[in-house]
Ligand binder design. Structure first.
Ligand SMILES: Nc1ncnc2c1ncn2[C@@H]1O[C@H](COP(=O)(O)OP(=O)(O)OP(=O)(O)O)[C@@H](O)[C@H]1O
Length: 651
């Protein structure tokens, strides 16, 4: 672990020292200008990566936040007489506040609608900057004065160091944040907003916070940008820059600080890249080599489809070849960006850093940090009183979809400590009933009580927070996260540090505790050894068990399992039965929707049978199996000979 930590921190420190010392060794104002831009774009892209990489949204507003931050800083110096830090704080704040405000409506939208909302915001911002001439100077531009720093006139070199220090601080704070519960929550809601809410992690809150933070960094970068160029024009922050910024994040590698850094270097170098033919050819040829290496490697290891391997090679080949055919590469800039973006999106979805880090990890044999020992299960899931009192009560519950009465007046009582089966033929309303209980749907009518108190209605998040946890019939895992992180996202009662402490890196203790507790839950479902496997790479059976461990991380009073055996092979069904028995031993009450009658018979203390959205029978598994109404619902016939074990189980 120390080796890894030293390697990572060491590399960061060496890179910082190198960057800081270049101006001492090379006395060249042009190089200094490039380095300053690199630091500014670094901050900008780290911010953009929060929305694009972590939240998984196409954000076209970051260029606008750069512009708004720049004007805010410039104006707070000229109009309000602020010093450099005051002005930079204003640009950060402008990004945070406007980003948060934009996020409220925009994040209720998905995919292309979200992208369009951010695009509209950009267009609006540029128009305002352009038209509000009395304040911004409009198209004529705005001259900005760089304030001095505590009485020292900040020359180009001093200003570069200031930018570099701010980049280092942003880097540290974001590393702390993104490796904490916040970063996991950002990623979780990218993969499954429904499950994020159902695990008691507020989707909306985290989306707004992530977007505001990313935009805040955009604003801060804008402030530095203003003091770097000392002249601003609204047209700087439009279409071209948006595309270049996206290219930077995607090419560098999403979800990576180093990726943002590599992307920023690319953006800072782009003008030179296009105006200097030789450099353009060298970089394009390097790109072609990377595309060839990645493609051949992927094909040999069978991890890449032929199109994925060949298309980037063709795109980069076109760049190299095209360079010989066109007179002025600058005239082709948009086509060049488009080809680059295409090659990266298809060939290197993890970006250059994602690609490089795999090689580096192999080269230096960097082991991931060791995990702590699992916590005592007793401390994670304290045994609950299985006293048979009414825990969950449904009273005349109804849920209609238009004319379809999916749940039509269901009343039932689930007793503490019991496994309560909810069975019925396909379409009888079982899933709808648990979707209403867990808050995915609001009921049309009726009451739901937990511990005798009304359960919140129509909010997965609120229901999860009062002690009801669930799994899903169609798996809703956070596919990109490891098994361990899936459980850690949902873990209740561990993350207490306020945001400032997390940013400063003081939340590591609780991270260790969260790991230990989550490992105990993975051990309970026999997945401890696969803690580091990404959820999407687990076998189907393991994925089902992981959902159970994740639901347990809420430390619930009531656990709803929606067809956990669906699609499982026979040995896995046996494992599932063992796992559910272990959970029952902790005193956790379970509602089990299940088609496998043998599973129901073995596990359930009580069973409610639904048909056509209504309760047709209740009792022990043996009682309901013999009930003629139940047999008729399943088989459509009532025959003495077919009872008592006539209810079919899926193969
Ligand atoms: N979102 C929805 N919109 C419209 N109708 C729905 C919706 N969800 C469920 N239904 C309908 O409600 C009825 C009950 O469906 P539900 O999925 O709750 O049954 P189920 O008992 O869970 O079935 P299965 O065992 O096949 O999962 C069905 O007729 C279904 O088509």
């Amino acid at each position: 672990m120390w080796k890894r930590l030293l390697f990572i921190r060491g590399t960061e420190l060496v890179a910082l020292a190198l960057l800081a010392s270049i101006p001492l060794a090379v006395d060249n104002s042009y190089v200094l200008g490039l380095l300053t831009l690199l630091a500014i774009y670094g901050i900008l892209l780290i911010g953009l990566d929060v929305t694009v990489g972590y939240l998984g949204q196409v954000n076209l507003a970051q260029a606008a936040f750069l512009g708004l931050g720049a004007y805010a800083a410039g104006l707070s110096v000229s109009l309000l007489g602020f010093g450099i830090f005051g002005a930079l704080a204003v640009s950060l704040l402008v990004g945070l506040v406007l980003g948060g405000l934009l996020a409220f409506p925009a994040l209720r939208l998905e995919g292309p609608q979200f992208a369009l909302a951010t695009l509209s915001f950009s267009a609006l911002s540029v128009t305002v900057l352009n038209e509000w001439e009395s304040l911004t100077g409009g198209a004529q531009g705005l001259h900005v004065t760089r304030p001095d720093l505590f009485g020292f006139d900040l020359k180009a070199q001093g200003f570069y160091w200031l930018c570099l220090i701010l980049l280092a601080l942003v880097w540290m704070a974001m590393r702390n944040l993104l490796s904490s519960q916040w970063g996991r929550a950002f990623e979780a809601l990218r993969d499954s907003p429904i499950a994020t809410d159902a695990m008691g992690v507020g989707t909306f809150r985290h989306k707004v916070a992530g977007f505001a933070l990313g935009s805040g960094l955009g604003g801060l970068a804008g402030g530095l940008y203003a003091f770097n160029f000392e002249y601003l024009q609204p047209q700087t922050y439009v279409y071209d820059l948006m595309v270049i910024l996206l290219l930077g994040v995607v090419l560098g590698g999403r979800k990576s600080l180093w990726g943002a850094f590599v992307g920023a270097s690319l953006i800072a170098l782009l003008p030179n890249l296009l105006s200097n033919w030789l450099m353009f050819e060298v970089i394009s040829a390097l790109g072609l080599l990377v595309a060839l290496a990645a493609g051949v490697r992927g094909l040999m290891k069978k991890t890449t489809k032929p199109f994925q391997a060949i298309a980037p090679i063709i795109a980069m080949g076109l760049l190299v070849g095209g360079g010989f055919l066109v007179e002025n590469t600058e005239n082709w800039r948009k086509a060049i960006f488009a080809l680059m973006l295409f090659a990266v999106v298809v060939g290197l979805p993890e970006g250059l850093m994602g690609f490089a880090s795999r090689f580096l990890a192999q080269l230096f044999r960097i082991d991931p940090p060791a995990l702590p020992a699992p916590a005592e299960l007793n401390t994670v899931l304290a045994a609950k009183a299985a006293n048979g009192e009414a825990l969950l009560e449904l009273r005349d519950l109804k849920r209609y979809f238009g004319g379809v009465k999916a749940v039509d007046g269901v009343s039932m009582t689930v007793r503490a400590g019991q496994v309560h089966g909810l069975i019925g033929p396909n379409g009888s309303g079982k899933s709808t009933a648990v979707n209403v209980i867990s808050g995915l749907y609001a009921p049309t009518a009726g009451e739901i009580l937990l511990h005798g108190r009304a359960l919140p209605q129509g909010s997965l998040f609120k229901v999860a927070r009062v002690g009801v946890s669930r799994t899903f019939q169609n798996l809703q895992l956070f596919g990109e996260l490891t098994a361990l992180d899936n459980v850690m996202v949902a873990l209740k009662g561990v993350y207490r540090s306020p945001l400032p402490l997390v940013l400063l890196g003081f939340a590591r203790g609780e991270e260790k505790r969260a790991q230990a507790e989550s490992l105990a839950l993975l051990e309970l479902v026999d997945l401890k050894d696969q803690a580091r496997t990404r959820a999407k790479d687990l076998t189907y059976g393991a994925q089902r068990f992981l959902e159970i461990a994740r639901a347990l991380a809420r430390k619930p009073d009531l656990l709803i399992l929606d067809e956990p055996a669906a699609g499982l092979a026979h040995p896995d069904v046996n494992n599932l039965v063992e796992i559910i028995k272990r959970i029952r031993q902790r005193g956790i009450t379970i509602v089990l929707i299940e088609h496998h009658m043998d599973v129901v018979s073995e596990l359930c203390d009580a069973v409610t049978v639904l048909d056509g959205g209504q309760v047709i029978a209740e009792g022990t598994p043996d009682e309901v199996k013999r009930d003629p109404k139940v047999i008729e619902a399943y088989l459509g016939v009532v025959s003495e000979a077919e009872a008592p074990d006539a209810i079919p189980s899926p193969a």
